[in-house]
Design a protein around this ligand. Structure first.
Ligand code: PLP
Length: 413
């Protein structure tokens, strides 16, 4: 396995732990629970602290089990390096903390995970204005840029309305203007799409979702694709400018984001997420097939007002999704016609579980306006295209016929 590039996606993940020495030949990287790491020679400890020698110091700043997961994500994203965090939001929050300064401007897609939307509102109050734009068209992003714009932030497929960002053209725009391009890849996962292919600088993954895949551990990550020229970024502290320019971003993210912000991923969670990632490709292929079958069935039913899934030919960004993604993943949403109560419908489902998570092996459903998007109020919901009856479905790996039967029988009560 010296040249990992010649192996396929799943093969690389399965054999990643063996690329570095593993205790007793263990085929899983063991769960290292130690907070502190001891050295026989005190000089060696000092060298590790000064970055002159690789090694671990203190659990908040790095852990061997977590590093093994970081290596896997770097392989998945074909990146330069990855840092893991306690949750997906911790990864995004740490990035903001480490890279933005008062007066900086951010351009963000307005079609966003609800908590990221909420985080941007906090960021605005801290003195960093955020412009929300319809990122399905690069022209809207370009119009919002100012000389202070430091970062453009988009999601690949937005949750829950499944808008697909104009990923390639936004990448070209950011490259031309030297702006950091951050892509949240959670909905597609690195199996369906590598943001590096469209020029992303940093890739966010909520490991909680498809990468872990079983709804049994929280985690998040930031991957530096190696494409961004950090010498053009004005907020890198002098301290990190002593390193090779390629390493500046990660060094500042590790110190200011992970070390000082402190939302480290625990080794037990890292182990769950690592094991889950081994079957990610298999799970996502099945979830994508199931989602397409359900979306097609519902879109042909007269009791359904709308179905949002990029895999349907009727979706506004179907062409882009077909061109960029291996498949369209397990997330879709739909609206019931007036007269069918969305709570009654959800209560009639026998397999799909009303619950708030995504990328689980089980199919989960949630009434969006009344739960995850409740806090933002009706106006902002309307601006994001969220109908009051919208149901989000995170499709699992159940047998296709069982899911089709369940969603159909719930319509015909
Ligand atoms: C879930 C999610 C997050 C946040 O991940 P957590 O692990 O729940 O903090 C961020 N972005 C997207 C697109 C998500 O779906």
């Amino acid at each position: 396995m010296t040249d990992s590039k010649k192996f396929g996606f799943t093969t690389q993940i399965l054999h990643s732990d063996r690329q570095k020495p593993v205790e007793h030949g263990s085929l899983h990287k063991p769960i290292h629970t130690a907070v502190a790491f001891g050295y026989k020679d005190a000089r060696e400890l000092a060298e590790v602290f000064q970055g002159k020698k690789p090694g671990y110091r203190y659990g908040r700043q790095g852990n061997p089990t977590v590093s093994a997961l970081e290596d896997k994500i770097t392989l998945m994203e074909d990146g330069y390096a990855t840092l893991c965090f306690a949750t997906g939001m911790a990864a995004i929050g740490a990035m903001v903390q480490a890279l933005l300064r008062s007066g900086d401007h951010v351009v963000s897609s307005s079609f966003l995970f609800g908590n990221t939307n909420s985080l941007w509102q906090t960021v605005e109050r801290q003195g960093m204005p955020v412009s929300f734009v319809d990122a399905t068209d690069v022209a809207n992003v370009e119009r919002a840029l100012t000389p202070q714009t430091r970062m453009v932030f988009v999601e690949t497929i937005a949750n829950p309305r499944t808008q697909v960002a104009d990923l390639e053209r936004i990448g070209a725009l950011c490259r031309e203007r030297g702006i950091l391009y951050v892509v949240d890849n959670t909905m597609t996962s690195p199996y369906l799409f590598r943001p590096k292919a469209v020029g992303a600088s940093l890739v966010v993954n909520a490991l909680t979702k498809s990468i872990g895949g079983h709804g049994n551990a929280l985690g998040g990550s930031l991957t530096d694709t190696g494409l961004f020229d950090w010498t053009q970024y004005p907020n890198i502290a002098e301290n990190y400018q002593r390193l090779a320019p390629k390493a500046w971003g990660m060094a500042q993210l590790r110190a200011k984001g992970l070390r000082d912000f402190g939302a480290a991923l625990g080794p037990e969670a890292a182990h769950h997420l690592s094991v889950g990632s081994e079957t990610m490709a298999l799970r996502i292929e099945r979830e994508s097939e199931n989602a397409l079958a359900l979306a097609q069935m519902l879109s042909q039913d007269e009791r359904v007002a709308a179905v949002h899934y990029p895999g349907l030919a009727s979706h506004a960004q179907h062409g882009i999704a077909q061109a960029l993604f291996k498949a369209c993943g397990g997330l879709f949403s739909f609206e019931l016609k007036d007269g069918i109560d969305c709570f009654d419908y959800l209560n009639r489902l026998q397999l799909a579980v009303p619950a708030s998570n995504l990328g689980d092996t089980r199919t989960l459903v949630i009434p969006v306006a009344h739960t995850i998007f409740h806090e933002m109020g009706p106006e902002r919901r309307a601006s994001m295209g969220i109908a009051e009856s919208l149901i989000r479905v995170s499709v699992g790996i159940e047998d296709t016929a069982d899911l089709l039967q369940d969603f159909k029988q719930a319509l015909s009560a």
